[in-house]
Design a protein around this ligand. Structure first.
Ligand code: NAD
Length: 251
């Protein structure tokens, strides 16, 4: 089943762990995927993997913490086929620390990448979706935005804001048939998580043992959920914050 045949999808952080899995999944199901990342080599690698597998993808470098770069990304993506059907706001950073140990730069950069980017990209993309009669936006929040883990006040606060942003955007643009939802992953095995685990002196095996499911999550499992939310199968889902945690939050 090719749920995204003829559609154009933009994925931010498309060169990273979860973003590359989302990009591959949407392309497998027929979308032309704009794999965007601040790291152009990573985006190019994912786009070429997709092309090698018979899919369609274009790599575009964009530091989405910058308003102009984010707007240019949407303009370049729209220029490909005069449409943007799906926007996946997935890029994020995780600056560890409590209120006193974080720097002001950590705080502001966390908001710039994790939240402000969504404001700019959605403002650029939504007029195209309104004109087309609808669209789907999937934002990556986090389990920690709903149930904060210690020592991540900046990250957790941005993710709580992403959840609120998602619900507000959904409420405002539901009449335009733009469905806005968020995924709230628990611990997923990606470079971001591996970096955090290394800093804390633990191992992935430690996390697997602590998880009620016996293991942490895989990027492909989040990608499957994002694809569902972006698809017509989720036609009445709008404003939902969908947790994908293997019951980590209820342990
Ligand atoms: N891995 C987890 O356990 C987990 C859990 C919950 C939520 N998340 C969220 O999932 C999303 C993806 O995380 P991941 O684990 O795949 O991390 P990752 O570090 O593997 O990927 C993040 C990607 O975002 C890109 N990026 C960072 N800053 C950018 C910027 N300013 N402009 C453009 N691109 C930028 C990076 O280059 C990287 O490729 C993030 O929003 C993260 O907060 C991850």
């Amino acid at each position: 089943m090719k749920r995204f045949e003829g559609k154009v999808a933009v994925v931010t952080g498309g060169g990273g762990g979860i973003g590359s899995a989302i990009s591959r999944r949407l392309a497998d199901e027929g979308a032309l995927v704009v794999v965007s990342d601040g790291n152009l080599d990573a985006a190019k690698f994912v786009a070429s993997e997709i092309e090698d597998a018979g899919g369609s993808a274009v790599a575009i470098a964009a530091d989405i913490s910058q308003k102009d770069t984010g707007c240019d990304l949407i303009a370049e993506a729209f220029a490909l086929r005069s449409r943007i059907d799906i926007l996946v706001n997935n890029a994020g950073i995780n600056r560890r620390g409590n209120l006193l140990s974080l720097t002001e730069e950590d705080w502001h950069m966390s908001f710039a990448v994790n939240l402000d980017s969504m404001f700019h990209l959605c403002r650029a993309a939504i007029p195209h979706m309104i004109e087309a009669g609808g669209g789907a936006i999937v934002n990556t929040a986090s389990q920690w935005g709903l149930y904060p883990a210690p020592n991540h006040i900046a990250y957790n606060t941005t993710k709580a804001a992403v959840a609120a942003f998602t619900q507000n955007l959904a409420r405002d643009y539901a009449p335009n048939k733009i469905r806005v939802n968020a995924v709230c992953p628990g611990e997923i095995l990606t470079p971001m998580l591996e970096a955090g685990v290394k800093r804390s002196g633990r191992t992935i095996a430690d996390l697997d043992k602590l998880a009620p499911f016996g293991r942490i999550g895989k990027p492909e499992e989040v990608a499957a959920l994002v694809a569902f939310l972006a698809s017509d199968e989720a036609a009445f889902m709008c404003g939902s914050l969908v947790e994908i945690t293997g019951a980590q939050a209820v342990a």
